[in-house]
Design a protein around this ligand. Structure first.
Ligand SMILES: O=C(O)CCC(=O)C(=O)O
Length: 336
């Protein structure tokens, strides 16, 4: 009972939730002037924006086919998996608009917040880590079964949260994201058992700076880490000849609400946005449960140290989904 009361209070304290959000969620009430509420304390959904999918047959509809899993293994990516309905996209866009205001009260909870991370003074890339701590929609997205079931299949095990990211390229002067492998920024966690899910909040096209992948590059060695929003081709130009010959990118055009999953070694990057509309995306980064800290310093700004060699966990790195534990609890459940 005590727990229940505390949970309700926490939900009511969520800042920046509109009438519309409340209507969709069916349960949230916000009170003016409440203190900041860090949603990372809640390791379950706080609203009703997404399905819960407790029963195995509910989860079944989100499962990837064998062909999709095989495609991922072979190419290091998988595109076109629907994660959000149009209505869910609208809610997240509304939350994003508030978060992009640098004066937003939740700003202090972000691990990183760059209103413009582009190194090109004529371009803008908004990039931030930590939206799940601030907004209920971005928080609950982590427990969306449309994401968790495929993520569990592609990781081959239980799914633990690493961090989220927002990448937004405004209309007409959106900047590039340079070619890179995600793991080049993440060697402070080990071993490599990481997965990225990129989710479009707009239709993404070649013209507005969609993601591009180099198929098969997840089998390449670890490459140096470039400046993320710097020179697009910095890494490409430094590749040895045998890899440069294999550098054959494909453009990943997606509808809003669709996602692309990629392996942490897959080379990817995205071009500029010169179109009259923004290109916004949210990204969820996860790893297989058991991945450990590889550093004796905070792994993200503002989180306590997890000593090197200790498994990732705690308030900021929740276990999101464990199909084996669900099956163990009820052996009649087949799927994950
Ligand atoms: O959204 C983008 O353009 C880049 C995303 C990215 O680099 C990533 O998800 O790792």
């Amino acid at each position: 009972m005590v727990r229940m009361v505390r949970f309700c209070l926490a939900v009511r304290n969520v800042p920046g939730v509109s009438e519309r959000d409340r209507e969709i969620r069916g349960e949230l009430r916000v009170e003016e002037g409440d203190a900041m509420n860090d949603l990372s304390r809640y390791h379950q959904p706080v609203g009703k924006l997404f399905a819960r999918a407790i029963a195995a047959e509910d989860r079944e509809k989100y499962r990837l086919s064998e062909e999709q899993v095989e495609f991922f293994r072979e190419n290091g990516y998988l595109k076109g998996v629907r994660i959000l309905s149009d209505e869910q996209v609208d809610v997240l866009r509304g939350e994003l608009e508030k978060l992009m205001d640098p004066g937003h009260v939740g700003r202090e909870l972000f691990h990183e917040y760059h209103s413009n991370e582009s190194t090109d003074s004529n371009r803008v890339v908004f990039h931030a880590l930590g939206a799940w701590r601030v907004m209920p929609g971005f928080h609950d997205l982590l427990w969306n079964p449309a994401f968790l079931v495929p993520a569990s299949q592609l990781l081959g095990g239980a799914v633990r949260f690493w961090h989220d990211q927002l990448f937004c390229k405004p209309a007409r002067h959106g900047g590039v994201v340079a070619w890179h492998q995600d793991y080049s920024y993440w060697t402070r966690t080990t071993p490599l058992a990481h997965l990225t899910c990129w989710i479009g909040l707009d239709d993404s096209t070649r013209e507005n700076g969609c993601l591009n992948y180099v198929p098969g590059s997840h089998k390449w060695p670890d490459l140096p880490k470039p400046v993320l929003t710097g020179e697009m081709d910095a890494i490409r130009d430094s590749l040895p000849n045998e890899l440069r010959e294999k550098f054959a990118p494909v453009a990943i055009e997606l509808k809003k609400g669709e996602s692309a999953f990629h392996h942490a070694r897959t080379m990817h990057g995205s071009g500029a946005n010169d179109t009259p509309k923004p290109r916004r995306a949210t990204v969820i980064n996860v790893f297989r449960d058991g991945v450990m800290s590889n550093a004796d310093e905070p792994l993200l700004a503002g989180v306590p140290v997890i000593p090197r060699g200790n498994a990732m966990g705690g308030q900021f790195f929740p276990l999101l989904f464990d199909a084996a534990a669900i099956r163990k609890a009820d052996p009649s459940l087949r799927s994950g």
